[in-house]
Design a protein. Structure first.
Length: 327
């Protein structure tokens, strides 16, 4: 078997352009070897590296102009912001250049021409990306209201904020007269810095748009002695009622499900499936889908205590109404 010639030490770490390879003395035949691949025309990288948004970005950067920045869904991914699954199908890289530069026309690349201020560009993983607030605005035409709120909640997340609610609102106003402006304005008014998952955000939007009252988000609850009770996802303080979003792992993990039931039972009656801890009462009703949450809630407002369990194939939402002595 023919031995593969090692690459020169100056370019063995990470992707390199074909021009850089030539300058380093790599022959055309060596650059066609199976241990290298071409993620983009004129670029080579190790075939052993698992392809991801970051590896593609690093590879593409070797052939982009100096003022190019990564934008839209690519910026959101690099910044760790949540996007709907459809954005991860057929991975494409979004690149923006300032005018009068022409948007890149490269296979697997979506090119954009964007006028950006210096404050609109941040560094992330060693590459320039459009800031979180600007990225949120750029994605407004491609997202539903609920999806845009979930993205904005992640931008202003109090645990590690990438921007403020005021900055997001300013970004929404900058879209005036352009696609996505109406959705962005509505979303900016619904964004909350205490939401902790996209699913919680989407559920909150469904409840708010259904006309239900003001919601507290991930607020700690204490009893009359100052002892911690719980930190529910959502809470209607006027009605002493909590709403919990439960991902599929809550349903499939038996221990997690029992912990959730026990938390619901502490100070109030609750419900669940499977083995029921002592003091937890059977659910009164099963309603499929988030669109039914509001109607279920309104039916229960007149009850002193009780629970509605709302299920779908991959998620479970528990709607809990506390007894008068709690919450």
């Amino acid at each position: 078997m023919r031995r593969t010639e090692p690459l020169p030490p100056q370019i063995t770490d990470g992707p390199f352009s074909v021009a850089e390879g030539r300058d380093a003395g790599i022959t055309p035949g060596r650059m066609r070897s199976p241990d290298l691949r071409a993620p983009f025309r004129g670029v080579r990288e190790s075939s052993a590296v698992e392809e991801s948004t970051l590896t593609l970005v690093c590879a593409l950067q070797t052939r982009l102009p100096a003022r190019a920045v990564f934008s839209h869904a690519t910026a959101a991914t690099l910044l760790g912001l949540p996007l709907p699954p459809r954005f991860h199908v057929g991975l494409r890289i979004h690149v923006a250049v300032p005018p009068p530069g022409r948007a890149p026309r490269i296979k697997r690349v979506e090119g954009h021409q964007l006028a950006l201020d210096d404050g609109d560009i941040v560094g992330c993983d060693g590459v320039p990306v459009v800031s979180a607030c600007r990225t949120w605005a750029h994605l407004a035409p491609q997202l539903s209201l609920s999806e845009l709120v979930a993205l904005g909640d992640a931008v202003v997340d109090r645990r590690a904020p990438l921007g403020s609610i005021e900055e997001v609102r300013a970004a929404a106003e900058s879209l005036a007269g352009r696609p996505g402006a109406k959705t962005a304005r509505e979303a900016a008014d619904l964004i909350h810095d205490r939401s902790e998952s996209p699913q919680e955000s989407i559920l909150r939007v469904a409840l708010v748009r259904a006309g239900l009252p003001r919601l507290d988000v991930n607020q700690e609850l204490y009893d009359g002695f100052g002892a911690f009770i719980a930190r529910p996802d959502l809470r209607f303080p006027e009605y002493r009622m909590i709403v919990e979003y439960e991902g599929d792992h809550h349903r499939t993990d038996r221990r997690q499900w029992r912990r959730d039931l026990t938390r619901t039972a502490k100070g109030r009656r609750g419900t669940g499936a499977g083995s029921t801890p002592r003091g937890v009462h059977p659910h009164r009703e099963v309603v499929p889908g988030h669109e039914e949450v509001a109607r279920a809630a309104m039916r229960y407002f007149g009850c002193g205590e009780g629970v509605a369990l709302l299920e779908s194939d991959s998620q479970r939402v528990r709607l809990c109404i506390s007894s008068p002595s709690s919450v």
